[in-house]
Design a protein around this ligand. Structure first.
Ligand code: NAD
Ligand code: IPM
Ligand code: MN
Length: 363
């Protein structure tokens, strides 16, 4: 073996860090700073994958990039991808969707938690009222980009975008949702007890039919868990009308994308929302829900808390116990004391808000 490629045994958890584009480059250093402040046994290696690299040398993912990530790292922390200079968004597709698809990170776990009533745009809603999780299928659906364009540029142009759903794919995310419900508690310590499946099976009968059948089959093995179904349009209404009714929500790739932006609003905006892209037992990837936010990039305006809470989620996944609790407690305190960026009612910049949390993780 080439000694350069030799993988050295390490007691520290090895974290690949890919800040990406725009505000990803501002919020990820804050998340890394907070993790360092906890003193956790971690080793960080940064990668420059993103728009700048793509525009410089045409590389999106270097050869064997995903194999290298899976082999040499315990987890991956990602910022965001998207740059107005790359109109095709090809680098985001190849890097971000590439990791999700090629590393088979089938469960996109997006917790929805309100840290402080002042962050929620709804009236009379307290933190205990917004505490659910969306489990988004992450490797199939319309995101496979199957289809094609025919007779492009003519009046007869046809564009087809297929919604690909496999029994294996649907079954494993629904199963993950029931297992998640069984294994996780709400913030107030009470057990989770309900899995809601969201689809559009009244209009999309083929894919919806598969999801309906599999949901029924899998739920039979979890008799202690209550089940519910909602069409995605109704779910959007209910999420705003009364978020208390949600516990564990499972849905397909595209609906999961859309409803988690709406859900982020309940938490105080995209700047507060965390996520994990998980395949149990494999190197998994963690990223805030938000994008690269070009209009505010480079201005020290972005909220780093989504990225910091994502880091806590990653550390919990890696079986750290003290550090994720410390990080979450420090973010909660920051929110309570308005040590936040402008989008979260504060006056601090990205760096100052991140630094405040880093200084308070040990207290
Ligand atoms: P976006 O999430 O970047 O921004 C949406 C809105 O939320 C904007 O008003 C933005 O200013 C605000 N916002 C987002 N994150 C914030 C933060 N941390 N602090 C404060 N405000 C924040 O979504 P968009 O505008 O639709 O997309 C911009 C680019 O990002 C596009 O190229 C898109 O494809 C990409 N994108 C990437 C990811 C990802 O890599 N995971 C996710 C979503 C969008
Ligand atoms: C997200 C993003 C991505 C998605 C984009 C950038 C492809 O919106 O992670 O929520 O749609 O999954
Ligand atoms: Mn999205």
């Amino acid at each position: 073996m080439n000694p350069e490629n030799e993988v050295k045994p390490s007691t520290k958890k090895r974290i690949a860090v890919i800040p990406g584009d725009g505000i990803g480059k501002e919020v990820i250093p804050q998340a890394v700073g907070v993790m360092r402040a906890t003193g956790a046994a971690l080793e960080f290696t940064e990668f420059d994958w993103g728009a700048d690299r793509y525009l410089r040398d045409g590389t999106t993912v270097p050869p064997d990039g995903f194999t290298m990530l899976a082999r040499d790292f315990d987890a991956i922390l990602v910022g965001a991808f998207g740059d107005p200079r790359v109109k095709t968004n090809i680098h985001a597709k190849e890097i971000l969707l590439g990791m999700r698809f090629q590393m088979d990170l089938y469960a996109n776990v997006r917790p929805v938690r309100l840290l402080d009533a002042g962050l929620c745009p709804l009236k009379n809603v307290e933190p205990k009222d917004v505490d659910f999780v969306v489990l988004r299928e992450n490797t199939e659906g319309v995101y496979t980009d199957a289809g094609g364009v025919f007779k492009q540029g003519t009046p007869d142009e046809i564009a087809m975008q297929e919604d690909l759903n496999t029994r294996k794919g649907v079954e494993r995310i629904i199963h993950y949702a029931f297992e998640y419900c069984r294994a996780h508690r709400k913030l107030d310590g009470s057990p989770r007890s309900k899995v809601l499946m969201c689809d559009k099976s009244n209009a999309m009968t083929h894919a919806g039919g598969l999801w309906q059948r599999v949901f029924k089959e899998v739920s039979a093995g979890f008799s202690e868990i209550t089940t519910q179904h909602m069409y995605v349009d109704a779910l959007c209404l209910q999420m705003v009308r009364d978020p208390r009714q949600f516990d564990v929500v499972v849905t397909n790739n595209m609906f999961g994308d859309i409803i988690t932006d709406l859900a982020a609003a309940l938490q105080g905006g995209l700047g507060m929302a965390a996520s994990g892209n998980i395949h149990p037992g494999r190197t998994s990837m963690f990223e805030p829900v938000h994008g690269s936010a070009p209009p505010i990039a480079g201005k020290n305006l972005a909220n780093p808390f989504g990225a910091i809470l994502t880091a806590a989620m990653m550390l919990r996944h890696l079986k750290f116990t003290r550090e994720p609790d410390q990080i979450e407690a420090a973010v909660l305190e920051a929110v309570r004391l308005n040590k936040t960026t402008q989008d979260a009612n504060g006056t601090l910049g990205t760096r100052e808000a991140g630094q405040w949390v880093a200084e308070h993780v040990m207290i």
